[in-house]
Design a protein around this ligand. Structure first.
Ligand SMILES: NC(=O)c1ccc[n+]([C@@H]2O[C@H](COP(=O)([O-])OP(=O)(O)OC[C@H]3O[C@@H](n4cnc5c(N)ncnc54)[C@H](O)[C@@H]3O)[C@@H](O)[C@H]2O)c1
Ligand SMILES: N[C@H](CO)Cc1c[nH]c[nH+]1
Ligand SMILES: [Zn+2]
Length: 432
């Protein structure tokens, strides 16, 4: 992790660059080829990519009910209990996002209202390249269920023996999801976009993934499929003042660095002592991590930055727009008020980001790569469409009609005006 002491503002832009930016074009090209192949060859292409990327020869791409039953029996009771508790917390937080809107009479006789309708066919991508993220299934499946989406399709990369991870299958069963496809990467996203013999096409694709998955989701939007947001390689930015505990900070940085070699973690502090002690802690803790090699690679593109004031630290973070922001400072509430761009914020010394990853209740599917500047993370709303309705009575038309006529004529759209005028004439003749 390289250290930068009091960089001037001209260096800030370079420090805010994501590590992987330069390879984006190459990845897009690769994903485009995969996309076109799946659209042309369907299931056959999915099988070939499973062989190439996941090292497995597949016959059936769909998980069978027998596979689900067998897998569920393998999940230890303690883990089942933990997953049920996380499910309850995530459910509780997302259920609180339900809103009730009342009809509004904008003018006498003109009533407008809005109704939430679930996205009808949703695809959930659950990463499984290096770690089977069953927690992600909770993060997507719970709001999908709360929203009432009638058709839910799950895709995840197969394991080397051709199975799907048993804990993912247990979680799917808990959520009542039974359409489960053994496909990962860009090819899975392409299949959800256009459909294949085994994979139903969907209206909206959700879920995080590596850079191939994220680029494929962005490509899917060109084919008329919506996506939740670009949710790529994990990131965390920690703002730590002199009250921070270097061991905690190091653990938080490593928790995101271990996700993948292209994860990026940033430490911003106004204390050189905290930076030095955190670096020493990182070295110490790294030695005991099973995924040390992955984390070490991520750390080569990560940074520790010494700045002068809390205002500078917050400004830097808002410009960087991290997926996760940890405020390891004495008065986190104060700083939190000034956050304008971040996927999810963790306040104080006892709020590890890992709690949000698994079980506190908030969603861990969050925008990365600076997209927190313009996107929110997944929530109940992500699975809902808000349809507006209106009903206008004869009285209402007398009130709003002349406004519409005047505006339509001013835009040169006479047919619009006529749609009102004809009705106004009908109302007038009925009133005579
Ligand atoms: N932003 C978020 O909300 C969030 C949440 C959880 C995880 N994540 C991120 O998700 C990612 C998971 O990545 P992963 O790789 O473990 O699993 P993954 O499921 O995203 O990707 C695995 C698939 O990538 C494809 N792939 C691998 N190498 C390829 C290549 N050279 N060319 C084309 N395709 C290739 C393969 O098809 C493979 O099945 C991590 O980067 C993690 O940080 C992000
Ligand atoms: N930190 C990831 C989001 O970037 C989510 C996750 C899943 N499992 C562990 N962590
Ligand atoms: Zn994580």
């Amino acid at each position: 992790m390289q250290v930068f002491q009091y960089p001037d503002q001209t260096q800030w832009a370079a420090l805010q660059q994501r590590a992987a930016a330069q390879e984006a074009q190459e990845i897009e090209q690769r994903v485009l080829g995969i996309f076109q192949d799946v659209r042309q060859r369907g299931d056959a292409a999915l099988r070939d990519y499973a062989q190439q990327f996941d090292g497995v020869q597949l016959q059936d791409l769909r998980v069978t009910p027998e596979e689900i039953t067998a897998a569920v029996a393998q999940v230890p009771a303690e883990l089942q209990t933990a997953i049920r508790q996380a499910h309850a917390n995530i459910w509780k937080f997302h259920a609180s996002q339900r809103t009730e809107e009342k009809p509004v009479e904008t003018m006498p006789g003109v009533t407008c209202w809005r109704r939430s309708v679930p996205v009808q066919r949703v695809g959930l991508y659950i990463p499984g390249g290096t770690a089977p993220l069953f927690s992600t299934l909770l993060m997507l499946g719970v709001p999908a269920r709360l929203a009432g989406c009638p058709e839910v399709v799950l895709t995840t990369p197969p394991q080397k023996d051709g199975s799907v991870n048993s804990v993912i299958l247990f979680t799917a069963q808990l959520l009542g999801i039974s359409t489960i496809i053994k496909a990962g990467g860009a090819q899975a996203i392409a299949a959800l976009t256009g459909g294949t013999d085994s994979v139903p096409a969907v209206d909206k694709i959700f879920g995080p993934g590596n850079r191939y998955v994220t680029a494929a989701k962005q490509l899917a939007t060109r084919y008329g499929v919506a996506i939740d947001m670009p949710a790529g390689p994990s990131e965390v930015l920690v703002i730590a003042d002199s009250s921070a505990n270097p061991a905690f900070v190091a653990a938080d940085l490593l928790s995101q660095a271990e996700h993948g070699p292209d994860s990026q973690v940033i430490l911003v502090s106004d204390s050189m002592t905290v930076i030095e002690q955190t670096q020493a802690e990182i070295e110490r803790q790294l030695a005991t991590l099973p995924r040390a090699a992955v984390a070490t690679q991520a750390l080569t593109e990560s940074r520790a930055i010494l700045l002068r004031t809390p205002e500078d630290m917050l400004y830097f973070s808002n410009q960087y727009a991290p997926e996760h922001l940890i405020l390891a400072v004495q008065h986190p509430e104060q700083l939190a008020e000034g956050v304008t761009s971040a996927g999810s914020v963790f306040l104080g010394h006892y709020t590890p980001e890992a709690a949000g990853d698994y079980a506190s209740g908030t969603n861990h599917t969050l925008p990365t790569n600076g997209y927190a500047r313009n996107y929110s993370g997944v929530s109940l709303d992500s699975f809902l469409k808000k349809i507006t309705y209106q009903r206008i009575t004869a009285e209402g038309l007398l009130n709003v009609g002349p406004v519409v006529e005047t505006m339509a004529e001013a835009e040169g759209l006479s047919a619009h005006a006529r749609a009102v005028t004809l009705r106004l004439e009908a109302v007038a003749s009925q009133q005579q």
